[in-house]
Design a protein around this ligand. Sequence first.
Ligand SMILES: [Zn+2]
Length: 115
Amino acid sequence: MKLTNENLKQMFNHANRKYFNNELPNIPITWKKKLMRNGAVGECVFYRDDKKHPKKVTSVEIYLHTWLQDYPPYLIQTLLHEMVHLKLGVRVHHGKVFQKEIRRLVAVGAYDGIL
Ligand SMILES: [Zn+2]
């Protein structure tokens, strides 16, 4: 069985409710065969399409590599990772703030049964 974009959205909504207090914005989340970074399995892209305000984020999208369709635990892990990027914003990478948020997710059971 192959998961659809709609399935992804349901997983996103579920995780948003359960682990993010439903505070993440309702953004597009889409399967993709080729991501921008070689070897990446997911990405959270912050678009800046306002020419008058080039630093302003105008929209955000999450893409997940179709490869993940065959690896459900890794899919959930990757989705949560990209949702953390969505929560923390464009300037935060994988440093202390990011790790703290991952540890929070572990503590509330987001990874139960998959890690
Ligand atoms: Zn990342």
